[in-house]
Design a protein around this ligand. Sequence first.
Ligand code: HEM
Length: 207
Amino acid sequence: MTATATDTNRVQRKFRWIKLFKPAVFIVCLLPVVAAVAGVANNSVGPNPVEALLHSSGEWGLRFLLLTLSVTPLQMIFKWGTIAKFRRMFGLYAFFYALLHLTIWIVLDQGADYAAAFSEIVEKKYITVGIFVVLGMLPLAVTSNRWAIRRLGVRWKSLHRLIYPLSVLAILHFLWQVRANDVMEPAAYLVFLTVLLIWRFARVAGK
Ligand code: HEM
């Protein structure tokens, strides 16, 4: 067999593997929802199930945002090209968990009282920032398809760079609502994001 034919076979095998693996990754990304619902059903999430659902959905939204941002460094540092095939899925999951978080807040926490929810958005700066993040993620989610990439051309990349400031704001949202003795977790996310941003700027500066 010629070298080109071997290469083609290798690429075909890789694509077949990714095709098989994608549904599995999709299901794994849904497991936090299953775990949260099971926890509420089993009464194992503590005295306030709404708060537990709110916290879990918010944390997973943030984790998927950071995972999406980690794709390029993982791809470059470990020469792991396959991970790039999952970037869109991770980004859309970040949006899914953020929307779920918003829905839980409006429907279960605020009792679908939209006027009360609106006053909270205006009065509490961490909620204002949260809304800002969800609204900012909307155009990214809507344009996460081949058609939009083709239509927007170079503007697509600029638009999707919004993910960096949105991640900073999502961590600010977390930091602004925790008690002083609970800052360790949001601080850890902030350190992780700072490392990703330094890596990104170093790469841009080195070009
Ligand atoms: C749509 C706007 C949003 C609203 C109204 C909102 C509201 C809330 C509320 C009420 C809490 C719980 C506060 C408490 O326990 O006292 C919370 C926590 C949190 N939210 Fe949001 N949020 C929004 C958007 C977001 C987004 C976009 C993200 C990240 C992608 C996010 C991530 C988090 C995290 C990580 C927590 C802390 C969870 C924990 O304590 O373990 N939120 N949010």
